[in-house]
Ligand binder design. Structure first.
Ligand code: NDP
Length: 316
């Protein structure tokens, strides 16, 4: 059996929240150990240009930005590890965690920054253009700017889809919204907003058959009316998917308070405390509203400060 490692601060996840928490915790001499998780760098590694993170006037490529955040965390001696934490036990005063190689870690404080994953339809053509960085996106606020005066398609009928369609309508010349049923899931006010926006065209009972494109990226979307089975092609250079997110919180569900969709609940508003003393949460694992790199980084800093105060009180 491998030796147990005792540490002051364990950070789980390597998006902007995790790395920012690491920078703060390392500079506060907490010698953080950070596990990068299944998708090192987090959701930003699936984005091309990040133009809304302050401090990069010319924008920055998502993976490059995450590499820089990692380098900044390592500069202050964060122990950044590939691999992931696949089990925790938060029942006692010392928080236990096991990594994917079976190594057991005992941490006085834990910062959870496991993020959320955008859901996609799963079509082969959708994944192809997503990976190519050629016109498929799950974040209108991140990528809408690139489609100014162009035609785009968005899938989904919840509050996110409505909010994103409305956001896109101010940039794109036309937004076609694909709703798979004959009604919205979104709140009435959000639904009314999209219905009253002249350049949003709503197609009910409509599903995506295929994302069309060429070597440069998306050129259109083939859709099918699920009542008549008729198909037709919609010209578009952008294909946005807004069918929900899944927070990566499954391993914590026996110990932490989660809301009905799996987001971790803050115990005390204005802090990053969870219901377990010494366990803090930052970024999208607890945020279904803002979901921005900069807000995740902000809560990452808060979580490290909260953890430091907790540790100081613990150590007397
Ligand atoms: P939701 O789960 O509310 O909605 C997902 C939507 O995607 C549904 O309309 C669903 O269709 C559709 N969908 C799911 N799978 C597919 C598929 N394979 N093909 C086509 N359509 C699909 O997710 P949201 O992200 O919109 O919202 C999550 C939570 O966050 C909600 O509680 C929401 O209210 C909240 N929120 C609030 C906001 C605000 O108040 N400003 C903004 C954004 C989110 P169907 O309806 O047929 O199931």
């Amino acid at each position: 059996m491998s030796e147990i490692q005792n540490i002051d601060c364990l950070i789980i996840g390597s998006g902007p929240a995790g790395y920012t928490a690491a920078i703060y915790a390392a500079r506060a001499d907490m010698s953080p150990v950070l596990y990068q998780g299944m998708q090192p760098g987090g959701q930003l590694t699936t984005t091309n240009d990040v133009e809304n993170f302050p401090g990069y006037p010319d924008g920055i490529n998502g993976p490059e930005m995450m590499a820089q955040l990692q380098a900044q965390a390592e500069r202050f001696d964060t122990d950044v590890r590939p691999g992931f934490i696949d089990k925790v036990d938060f029942s006692g005063p010392i928080h236990k965690a096991w990594d994917d190689s079976g190594k057991e870690i005992h941490a006085k404080t834990v910062i959870i920054s496991t993020g959320a994953s955008a859901l996609y339809l799963g079509l082969e053509s959708e994944q192809k253009y997503l990976k190519m960085g050629g016109g498929v996106s799950a974040c209108a606020v991140c990528d809408g700017f690139f489609y100014r005066n162009q035609e785009v398609v968005i899938v989904g009928a919840g509050d996110s889809a409505c909010e994103e369609a409305h956001y896109l309508s101010k940039l794109a010349s036309k937004v076609t919204m694909l709703v798979r049923r004959d009604e919205f899931r979104a709140s009435k006010i959000m639904e009314e907003r999209v219905r009253n926006t002249p350049n949003i065209d709503i197609l009910f009972n409509t599903e995506t058959e295929e994302v069309l494109g060429d070597d440069h990226g998306v050129t259109g979307v083939r859709v099918k009316n699920n009542q008549t089975n008729e198909t037709h092609d919609i010209p578009a250079t952008g294909f946005f998917v807004a069918i929900g997110h899944k927070p990566n919180t499954d391993i914590f569900k026996d110990y932490l308070k989660l809301d009905e969709t799996g987001y971790i609940e803050y115990e005390e508003p204005g802090t990053t405390k969870t219901n377990v003393p010494g366990v803090f949460v930052a970024g999208d694992a607890a945020d279904k509203t803002y979901r921005q790199a900069v807000t995740a980084a902000g809560t990452g800093a808060m979580a490290a400060l909260d953890a430091e105060r907790y540790l100081s009180a613990l150590n007397g």
